[in-house]
Design a protein around this ligand. Sequence first.
Ligand code: FES
Length: 153
Amino acid sequence: MGSALEEQREVIEGLREDGYSETVIDHWLNPRNLGRRSREECDGFSDWFTGSCGDSMEICLRVRDGVIRDATFMSDICIGAVTSGSMLTEMVKGKTIREAFVISPDDILSRLGGLPTQFVHCADLAKNALNLAIRDYLALAKEPWKLAYRKYY
Ligand code: FES
């Protein structure tokens, strides 16, 4: 039986042979900003959003003065979803809500160095979850009194 290091090398080689970029491999093995937060901890929260393939993702935004200071995500375990969520949450940090909103699935794919055809839609899942988190943030910004009820729904 090989060591853990050898096994990881084999996994990486397999991913390279399957055509994954070095960036995708890095984000798959070391996902950024992966973690679950409760709705109350977020200024914008997407809820557990399910995409067309049946996989799901949630995104939590922490916003100060209209700038996204922190973003985290949780998703089903799919290489496309995890790497798209990881990359997107990195991309939005330090951006205004407006700047984050215009990020497209193609922007995510481009930063990842692409994904195989069968996983291209995973970037849509991440973007749709981000849109929901942004919508939630904007709704709360308009009616801040709803914050008091956040823990109930
Ligand atoms: Fe469904 Fe990746 S999100 S296959």
